[in-house]
Design a protein. Structure first.
Length: 340
């Protein structure tokens, strides 16, 4: 029987990772599956990928996909700076960072803020369960006001909407989805792979052990009942024949830098993900109604990336000989003299 391979000749097995040690049914496992599918379908070479994370159950998940890729499990909340260093050293890599709502919204919020405004080319996924799963379920900064833990504790602080924050900070691709949905996260991840800049995906991912029960606003049941999709998303990679069939006036196509296209069948009149102010307004309006707005909230395909802004040479620094990357003794001497 012929072995199934993708467009670069690799088998699905190559995209898998180690066996998960997360709880059975954890939303994070479903997200790992979507990542495996997206990287396989897009024909990304795992040897050219760096997986990064912080600390948490979510941050353990890079061990469960793309087993042959580079990996760096950083300190809690500090993955963005490690990712920035990695991409400065080798901008030819594809970077994917996995964080949690605690890792991003609490200890890592300062790093998150600057990552979003810098537009570093990285896919940044928040596996958002509204709690600190790894340390037994305490509320995180994305837990909704009034949501209840299994222990009966009620959250009395308002949440941070990471998507609204990211849009305000200047992020260029901001989406929200749900781990229980197969189609939407896949399309968003493929589009994120084709995006040039930071692609931020907040994926609601219920913690079945500490925060998936009646009363939790991050439970499967709550999100299923309160999810409102902004649009039906299809992703057309640049290497596919583009066959377009859509009713005029109901679909918006957004062209990404590599020629891939995001096709959004609008469920509501006039939603344009390129309108930044509208994106923030829609996210905040959904929050007020207790709804979870899913889909591509905002995209800007024309902004320069952090690497463009720094004017890096095309050849990765990591591959350059020491004579090129290290200043000469004379150059250092000149600096010392200028400081005297
Ligand atoms: C510097 C530091 N502070 C605190 C901790 C304890 N700690 C480990 S994971 C975690 C929170 C994880 O929550 P989240 O990022 O939401 O991941 P989840 O486990 O929910 O997927 C905390 C507070 C730590 N490991 N390091
Ligand atoms: S404790 Fe929660 S977040 Fe952690 S693996 Fe279990 S279900 Fe997932
Ligand atoms: Mg969490």
């Amino acid at each position: 029987m012929a072995v199934r391979v993708n467009r670069i000749g690799l088998e699905p097995q190559v995209y898998k990772g180690g066996k998960t040690t997360l709880c059975a049914g954890c939303g994070h496992n479903a997200i790992s599956e979507r990542i495996i599918d997206a990287f396989y379908d897009m024909g990304v070479d795992p040897r050219r990928v760096i997986k990064l994370s912080g600390i948490g159950c979510s941050s353990k998940s890079p061990a469960y996909f793309l087993g042959g890729s580079h990996g760096f499990n950083a300190v809690h909340g500090r993955m963005p700076s490690v990712g920035t260093g990695a991409m400065l050293a080798n901008q030819k890599l594809t970077a994917i960072g996995i964080s949690g709502d605690g890792d991003t919204g609490a200890i890592g919020i300062g790093q998150f803020v600057h990552l979003m405004r810098r537009n570093l080319p990285i896919i940044y996924i928040i596996e958002d369960n509204g709690c600190y799963g790894l340390t037994k379920g305490q509320f995180s900064p994305t837990a909704d006001l009034g949501s209840k833990l299994k222990t009966g504790v009620i959250n009395d602080l308002p949440p941070i909407d990471t998507c609204a924050l990211a849009v305000e900070l200047g992020a260029t691709f901001v989406a929200r989805s749900f781990s229980g949905d197969k189609r939407q996260p896949s399309a968003l991840m493929k589009a994120a792979l084709a995006h040039r800049g930071t692609a931020m995906l907040d994926v609601i991912s219920p913690c079945v052990t500490f925060n998936d029960h009646e009363g939790s606003t991050k439970s499967f049941a709550y999100v299923k009942d309160h999810a409102e999709a902004l649009e039906e998303i299809s992703f057309v990679p640049a290497f596919d024949d583009i066959v377009v069939e859509y009713a005029p006036g109901t679909t918006l196509e957004v062209k990404l830098h590599d020629g891939s296209r995001l096709r959004l069948s609008k469920l509501e009149e006039g939603y344009d993900p390129r309108d930044r102010a509208r994106a923030v307004a829609r996210l905040l309006a959904a929050d007020e109604k207790g709804e979870v707005l899913t889909g591509l909230c905002y995209v800007n395909t024309g902004a320069p990336t952090f690497l463009d802004a720094l004017g890096l040479a095309d050849a990765p620094l990591a591959t350059q000989p020491e004579e090129v990357v290290r200043p000469s003794r004379a150059a250092l001497q000149e600096i010392m003299v200028s400081l005297a």
